[in-house]
Write a protein that binds this ligand. Structure first.
Ligand code: NAG
Ligand code: NAG
Ligand code: NAG
Ligand code: NAG
Ligand code: NAG
Ligand code: NAG
Ligand code: NAG
Ligand code: NAG
Ligand code: NAG
Ligand code: NAG
Ligand code: NAG
Ligand code: CU
Length: 568
């Protein structure tokens, strides 16, 4: 009897197990997991380079916490603002389909979360996997309020490259010894750029080439023969960066959460806003090797050119071993920058296709200009400014997405011009005579028909100076179909476009004195910010937005706003 009973029990347990395995294997993956996070915006005293100062943080962490999710998950992040500053957070690179309410740029898609208030960012991660990041999207608060987003592929879906032994995030930032918001205010009053940063950082740490760095050096322990996936994020405010590891080569496998055709390199180049995943094999003699990052700047503009370092530390090697530095290109190495960017190609496999729009419905040509407008109280009688098609963006007092959704008149104009007011030799001799830009009382943005295909050529100009500008589009990835030095030639250049496997990303560098052409299908209704990701230039007005109309019926239209959406 005992035997029969135990056999029955066995049968029962066995059946239950099978059923549970069935549930787990076939039902759970269909059920999207919900990931919840609490982000408390808190001011905390933090010390670097022998200077302590209060900084704005998430949960007291600098950099902030990593958001882990899986493709298909729903993510709920309750941001509670305990600081004295207005706050909003952007989930950089997440497409936020029909859901601009969760995108984050202050006064574009939402009013800020005011002191003492909370707002829950509620979004689904659909059709994306890889490395992205989040950051404050108001004033320069992203100087300290930023962190990584790691999106794993769906359960059971491997990477399209060898499985690494371990993964690590490397988030590059900038550190100022003084209060950044004060610096920005001072710069605004003078009409000049605020003081440049005092250090670059890797995971919030400048490394041993700076004073007081003993505790402020990031080290990654590796085992010889093993392969590591480094998720690299440029969260710096104003600097494009080179990165390399002494003695080691890297294999680039992903940019901006899109897989690329793998290639090996000694150095990567990464602009603010961009991410790059690389595989590194610990294939050198066990020792300690510097990982280093330094600015790329190919015009004589003063920049923070100091080198931040971290350490690749082979297991068992004592800390007394002095690491060597990698050879990075010179700060002005334009040739390296061009050749590196030319190597980036979408993976473009049946599983991960590059759906490049081949036919273009709407052609846009935007010139990027620096300028100076009269400012009697400023140091020089002028305030430095920046513009697209000679228009300096003015911040509205109400969020554009609300104004669009609720048909509030008078907040913005939707007649942003498709081309500059006058054609000129954009990248010819420096133009320093009339640097005025058009400054309006409300923003001008461009209206785009739902599901139309858009080609946008971003053309640098020599108004004041040429310079490289990393442009970021919210709500979309785009394909970088072409780039060149000098003036874009609409007769000749399109013939050279890569419409097969161009890199797909959310942030792209427009080269110094050159142009970049991007294409995307406007299938995500909403109001989507587009701006230079150099905080200095964004602050000067180098930004605009697209208002993408609703499609046919509710399932192609903007979702209703969440109940806790902040008001102005
Ligand atoms: C932050 O640290 C500095 C230096 O240690 C100290 O002078 C200051 O009072 C601290 N501020 C706060 C708010 O704790
Ligand atoms: C967000 O967090 C705050 C502070 O902890 C809490 O009061 C609020 O209820 C939370 N909101 C949600 C939707 O959980
Ligand atoms: C996210 O997905 C869930 C489940 O499909 C759905 O109920 C919810 O409305 C979606 N949220 C957004 C913001 O799209
Ligand atoms: C910026 O730098 C200048 C020159 O070094 C210095 O005089 C000024 O005090 C700095 N501004 C702030 C706000 O620290
Ligand atoms: C770094 O910048 C400083 C100040 O702008 C400049 O004096 C110095 O020559 C630069 N160093 C290099 C290696 O470019
Ligand atoms: C780059 O900078 C170096 C050192 O400052 C200088 O010698 C060289 O001429 C510059 N190269 C270019 C292409 O401007
Ligand atoms: C002030 O303006 C003059 C003349 O336009 C220019 O040469 C100078 O560089 C400017 N100074 C600053 C600090 O921008
Ligand atoms: C534009 O300016 C550059 C540099 O001054 C010059 O080489 C080029 O010929 C000019 N192009 C035209 C079309 O005038
Ligand atoms: C930009 O607009 C201003 C103000 O209307 C004008 O004075 C200036 O010539 C324009 N510049 C260009 C490059 O179109
Ligand atoms: C958008 O256009 C593409 C290509 O013509 C088409 O396949 C797709 O169905 C369209 N989407 C909608 C929602 O109309
Ligand atoms: C915070 O945002 C509200 C709403 O837009 C605005 O009225 C207020 O002036 C802002 N406060 C600060 C300190 O910027
Ligand atoms: Cu810029």
């Amino acid at each position: 009897m005992g035997l029969a009973s135990s056999s029955n029990n066995f049968n029962y347990v066995y059946k239950c197990l099978i059923f549970m395995i069935f549930l787990a294997k076939f039902l759970l993956p269909l059920e999207a997991a919900v990931k919840t996070y609490q982000f408390d915006i808190q001011v905390k005293n933090v010390s670097r380079l022998c200077h302590a100062k209060p900084i704005v943080t998430v949960n007291g962490m600098y950099p902030g916490p990593t958001v882990y999710a899986r493709e298909g998950d729903q993510v709920l992040i309750n941001v509670t603002n305990h600081a004295q500053y207005n706050m909003s957070i952007h989930w950089h690179g997440l497409k936020q389909y029909r859901n601009g309410w969760a995108d984050g740029p202050a006064y574009i898609t939402q009013c800020p979360i005011q002191t003492g208030k909370s707002y829950t960012y509620d979004f689904n991660i659909t059709g994306q996997r890889g490395t992205l990041w989040w950051h404050a999207h108001i004033s320069w608060l992203r100087a300290t309020v930023y962190g990584a987003i790691v999106i794993m592929p769906k359960e059971g879906t491997p990477y399209p490259f060898p499985q690494p032994h371990l993964e690590a995030n490397l988030v590059f930032g900038e550190w100022w010894n003084t209060d950044v918001e004060t610096l920005v205010k001072q710069g605004d009053q003078l009409g000049l750029p605020p003081n440049m940063s005092d250090a670059h950082t890797i995971n919030g740490k400048p490394g041993p080439l700076f004073p007081c760095s003993e505790k402020h050096t990031y080290a990654l322990e590796v085992e010889q023969g093993k392969t590591y996936l480094l998720r690299i994020i440029n969260a710096a405010l104003n600097d494009e960066l080179f990165f390399g590891i002494a003695g080691h080569t890297m294999t680039v496998v992903e940019i901006d959460a899109v897989y690329v055709k793998p290639f090996t390199t000694q150095t990567i180049l990464i602009a603010p806003g961009q991410t790059t995943n690389v595989l590194v094999r610990a294939d050198q003699a066990p020792s300690r090797y510097f990982m280093a990052t330094r600015t790329f700047m190919d015009v004589p503009i003063p920049v923070d050119n100091k080198t931040a370092t971290a350490i690749l530390q082979y297991k068992g090697v004592p800390n007394t071993v002095i690491p060597s530095l990698p050879q990075l290109p010179t700060p002005n190495d334009t040739r390296f920058a061009m050749s590196y960017n030319n190597k980036l190609r979408s993976l473009n496999t049946p599983q991960f296709p590059a759906n490049v729009p081949l036919k273009v419905d709407r052609k846009l040509f935007y010139t990027i200009g620096l300028g100076a407008n009269p400012c009697p109280t400023c140091l020089n009688g002028t305030r430095l400014t920046a513009s697209l098609n000679n228009i300096t963006f003015v911040m509205p007092k109400t969020a554009l997405l609300q104004a669009h959704y609720f048909n509030i008149n008078g907040v913005f104009r939707d007649d942003f011009p498709d081309k500059p007011p006058t054609a000129f030799n954009y990248t010819g001799a420096p133009l320093t005579a009339n640097l005025r830009t058009e400054q309006l009382t409300r923003p001008r943005i461009s209206k785009i028909a739902f599901n139309s295909t858009v080609e946008l050529v971003l053309q640098d100009t020599n108004l004041l100076t040429v310079e490289s500008h990393p442009f970021h589009l919210h709500g979309y990835n785009f394909f970088v179909v072409g780039t060149g030095i000098g003036n874009f030639d609409p007769a000749k250049d399109p013939a050279k476009f890569n419409l097969v496997d161009p890199p797909e990303r959310n942030t792209v560098g427009v080269p110094t004195g050159g142009w970049t052409a991007i294409r995307f299908r406007a299938d995500n209704p909403g109001v989507w910010f587009m701006h230079c990701h150099l905080e200095l230039h964004t602050g000067w007005g180098l930004k605009t937005a697209f208002v993408v109309e609703n499609g046919p019926g509710p399932e192609y239209s903007i979702l209703p706003p969440p109940k806790d959406l902040p008001s102005c």
